[in-house]
Design a protein around this ligand. Structure first.
Ligand SMILES: O=C(O)CCC(=O)C(=O)O
Length: 302
């Protein structure tokens, strides 16, 4: 369980870091399967249903930007997505009825990981209410040097920004947009085994990894069971099959919230890296230092 002041902090600021969510043995298993999957990428020539590969990828040096749907690639990831310790925290932030939404494992290799432009997840997957969040499981220490997630405190209550460029959804905002306030961003840092939590409307991004230490971040998104996707066709069996706690409902809870539809989309875009390709480098140059974490981002044990 989370203490009441931590829940209030999340509600006000739209993010939280909790330390020691994954114990050493579970972390070791996650690192082991991750190492095997990255190694296996040597034999893969181009991005596919499992790997999003960087432009410099090759058999000598595998450059994996993302493992897609890790929960489907290995039972160790699937168990992490269902961790009761993790779900107890998610329940404090979302409510007791929880549906798993999707997963990904984003890498930033030492001295090279790509930046992720500023965006709100809400722009990618609007729902009938905004009780959705993403958990970032830190497989290695996340420091202000190795490209941690950066979030703008309180932005979950601000505008839903335009994520289009030249009439196409690029999954990134214009960093100069009124109300973006990136200068207030804080870094979500923590020791391996810690988790970050960010609300679906929180404005976030991350800079290049300029450090000698890699930054693998296992991201799982969860929704309240009564949050239904807007503009998407639902396969009811699969949708209800992802419920981890609580009972299915055919009565979505509908809140009066600003929505934007992420269309039209870059042809064949299969990850945020494809979506953002047209505007890459807009916010984060190779020399952009990551902001230093402010005291309120310090880890908090449950
Ligand atoms: O990996 C990162 O630093 C950011 C990832 C992210 O925001 C996303 O994939 O939506």
């Amino acid at each position: 369980m989370l203490r009441e002041n931590r829940i209030r902090f999340y509600r006000d600021n739209g993010y939280l870091v909790v330390s020691d969510v994954f114990p050493a043995n579970e972390l070791a298993a996650l690192r082991r399967v991750t190492g095997h999957l990255v190694e296996a990428a040597r034999g893969v020539a181009a991005s596919d249903g499992v790997y999003d590969l960087g432009p410099d990828h090759g058999p000598d040096i595998p450059v994996v930007r993302r493992i897609k749907d890790p929960q489907d690639q290995d039972p160790v990831y699937a168990a992490a997505a269902r961790s009761e310790r993790l779900l107890d925290i998610v329940a404090c932030l979302l409510g007791p009825a929880i549906r798993f939404d999707h997963g990904k494992l984003n890498f930033k290799p030492a001295r090279g990981g790509a930046a992720v432009e500023w965006h709100q997840d809400w722009a990618f997957y609007p729902h009938t209410n905004d009780d959705l969040l993403a958990v970032g499981i830190m497989l290695e220490d996340c420091t202000s040097e190795n490209g941690p997630l950066l979030v703008v405190p309180g932005s979950r209550k601000g505008p839903v920004h335009d994520h289009h460029h030249d009439g196409v959804f690029v999954g990134a905002i214009d960093p100069a947009a009124p109300g973006a306030d990136r200068d207030r961003a804080v870094a979500l840092t923590g020791k391996a085994g810690a988790c970050s939590f960010h609300h679906v409307r929180t404005l976030h991004g991350s800079a290049e990894n300029l450090s000698p230490r890699p930054r693998p971040l296992l991201l799982f998104s969860y929704a309240a069971v009564d949050a239904w996707p807007v503009g998407e066709r639902v396969d009811l069996e699969a949708f209800d099959g992802r419920i981890l706690r609580g009972a299915p409902t055919l009565e979505p809870r509908q809140d009066a919230l600003p929505l934007r539809i992420p269309l039209p989309r870059v042809a064949a875009a299969d990850s945020i890296f494809d979506d953002q390709a047209a505007i890459r480098g807009r916010s984060f140059g190779a020399k952009t230092p990551a902001p230093v974490a402010k005291p309120e981002t310090k880890e908090e044990t449950v």
